[in-house]
Write a protein that binds this ligand. Structure first.
Ligand code: SAH
Length: 216
């Protein structure tokens, strides 16, 4: 698998469409222009990879829509060397975007098949600043925290308390919040040891954040 001239052209168009939809963070746009999204999906679907839509991956899960990745990454306000915890590795695409922006990424996936596949994809692309964990994201990864940012890429019915505790003061947690048919993109900023600010950023649809792990 490799990147191609055609894929780069399609990616350029995708990035222009994200700009038209209101994405302004140049670092986010640069990362999305750089990371070959088609390599995170079945290679037969090159054109689908560069349409602005979610797409099925293994284990009944989806790779998020590019616009959603762009919004969430913008809301996270990532700086180089930031330590970021991601819940829901899925294909590994969001993790690659964060790594491309210079973050140190810690990502947790509850489904073993996806956990293994994402590592393989990322190894082929050569990103070294992503650490993969198989486990239940509700627990977070306290031993590597606290984090400058936490991004939950599955629908959380409530904000996981353990994740709030693993956020640095001044850090931001981005989460699609809601257990129903749609979620409200929510940013939680930790303003002090026991104080948090909340803001809402539109409606999205995500697969659910589940409990426990799945082998296979
Ligand atoms: N960020 C992914 C998209 C993820 S889809 C990408 O870029 O491709 C949501 C993912 O969250 C799925 O892979 C699902 O298995 C995972 N997930 C759901 N609940 C979880 C939990 N409690 N802990 C870790 N991963 C979880």
């Amino acid at each position: 698998m490799q990147d191609t001239f055609e894929a780069r052209g399609l990616r350029e168009k995708l990035v222009e469409s994200l700009r038209e939809k209101g994405i302004t963070d140049e670092e986010v746009l640069r990362a999305m222009r750089t990371v070959p999204r088609h390599l995170f999906m079945d290679p037969a679907f090159l054109h689908h990879a560069y349409a602005d839509k979610a797409f099925p991956i293994a284990a009944g899960q989806t790779i998020s829509q590019p616009y959603t990745v762009a919004i969430m990454t913008s809301l996270l306000k990532v700086k180089k060397r930031d330590k970021i915890l991601e819940i829901g590795t899925g294909s590994g695409y969001q993790a690659a975007i964060l790594a491309e922006m210079g973050a140190r990424v810690y990502t947790i996936e509850r489904c073993r098949e996806l956990y293994l596949k994402a590592q393989q994809t990322i190894a082929e692309l050569g990103y070294h600043n992503i650490h993969f964990f198989f486990g239940d994201g509700w627990e977070g990864k306290k031993e590597y925290g606290p984090y400058d940012g936490i991004i939950i890429t599955a629908a959380a019915p409530e904000i996981p308390d353990k994740l709030l505790q693993q956020l640095k003061t001044g850090g931001r947690l981005v989460v699609p919040l809601g257990g129903g048919d749609y979620q409200i993109m929510t940013v939680v900023e930790r303003t002090g040891p026991d104080s948090y600010d909340y803001s809402s950023h539109g409606t999205f649809v995500f697969v659910p954040m589940l409990r426990g792990t799945v082998n296979g």
